[in-house]
Design a protein around this ligand. Structure first.
Ligand code: 4FV
Length: 236
């Protein structure tokens, strides 16, 4: 997977060069290339934004500098994602779908955004990380890179994405590690039993309970067994 990021603030991407994503880059599992849109300004003062036709507060990024930066990284396999509050809100299903792409070009807005003509010309898909407005698309771009990279073979240990929140459409069960007793609270006995079938049943029940209390709407899409339905009813 190759990520090309188009941004005015390359230095904001230092955080994704750490930890798991940093190691994935070192192991050539993913490639992250950052392009500074400002490098494509033909203005002697490196101007990249301007006031908005028709009036309005703030500045807009000019279409020509964005287009030229896009042309410098495009390939016949690239899919262009524009991080924007107008996009469809990112979910695990979309993350998994995008992880199958070969080349993602991620365009980061800033200030008031980007001239609509270049968005119409180059953007394949607008994606939002939530219904709120940020100062820039750089943090959303890092969220996208982090979440998509987790699905690239070799980035995480085998099976890591199989039993986690949203992998089966519901939240994950509670998890515990040593010490066995923390502040008088013990690890649930079943998890120390070594009885895999009982552990699996306990975890499914706890995942349903977690989801019922924290994100009940997710249960509406679940195909529950009669026993699971009765358990959920018992929580009400
Ligand atoms: C955003 C979001 C977001 C809007 C104006 C950048 C900002 C500025 N991006 N999900 N929510 N972007 O607020 O992705 O250009």
């Amino acid at each position: 997977m190759k990520f090309d990021i188009l941004t005015l603030f390359p230095e904001m991407f230092e955080p994704i060069k750490q930890s798991i994503i940093g190691r994935a880059v070192e192991n050539n599992l993913i490639d992250i290339n950052i392009t500074n849109i400002r490098d494509f300004s033909k203005d002697k003062h490196k101007k990249v934004d301007d006031t908005i036709y028709g009036g309005g507060a703030g500045m807009l990024i000019k279409p020509d500098v964005v287009y030229d930066s896009f042309c410098s990284v495009r390939s016949d396999k690239s899919k262009v994602i524009y991080m924007s509050p107008q996009g469809k809100v990112l979910c695990q299903e979309k993350v998994e779908e995008l992880s199958k792409e070969e080349h993602l070009i991620i365009l980061c807005g800033h200030y008031e955004g980007i001239d609509n003509r270049v968005l119409d010309k180059i953007v394949d898909e607008e994606i939002s990380i939530g219904d709120y407005v940020l100062t820039g698309g750089e943090i959303p771009a890092m969220v996208l890179i982090d979440s998509v990279s987790r699905y690239i073979d070799g980035v995480l240990s085998n099976g890591s994405t199989e039993e986690e929140s949203f992998s089966k459409g519901i939240l994950e069960y509670p998890q515990y590690t040593r010490p066995e007793i923390f502040e008088g609270m013990e690890v649930p006995e079943v998890l120390k039993s070594g009885h895999h079938e009982n552990i699996k049943k306990w975890r499914r029940k706890e995942a349903l309970k977690n989801t019922f209390y924290k994100r009940p709407e997710l249960l509406e899409k679940q195909d529950l067994t009669e026993e699971e339905r009765k358990y959920i009813e018992s929580l009400k």
